[in-house]
Design a protein around this ligand. Structure first.
Ligand SMILES: [Zn+2]
Length: 99
């Protein structure tokens, strides 16, 4: 989809306040709001692209199926070898919305 369609979908789901938008990590399933990313100190570019766990002290390795802790992982959709983000926006793979 295009970025416009994607933004419209987000607005339909969560309203105009982007801080309340939720994204689901395709690796660990953790759902984080944009406010959560901000609080963790993540850059805006990381939202919907990398798991919020990358900016948290307690995190687990992405793709480590043995780690069953219910915490966010350090998955990144950028620069990594494997991008499993399911939604394509203007040719860029991003997280699905966390509904
Ligand atoms: Zn994750």
């Amino acid at each position: 989809m295009t970025k416009e369609e994607w933004l419209l979908e987000g607005q339909t789901l969560f309203g105009k306040n982007i801080l309340q938008w939720k994204f689901k990590c395709p690796n660990c399933g953790h759902i984080a709001t944009v406010a959560d990313y901000k609080k963790a100190g993540a850059p805006e570019s990381a939202v919907g692209f990398s798991c919020v766990g990358r900016w948290l002290e307690v995190t687990k390795e992405a793709f480590d199926n043995k780690d069953k802790r219910n915490i966010p992982c350090n998955y990144s959709g950028g620069g990594g070898l494997i991008n499993i983000s399911p939604v394509e926006v203007d040719g860029c793979r991003v997280f699905e919305f966390g509904v």
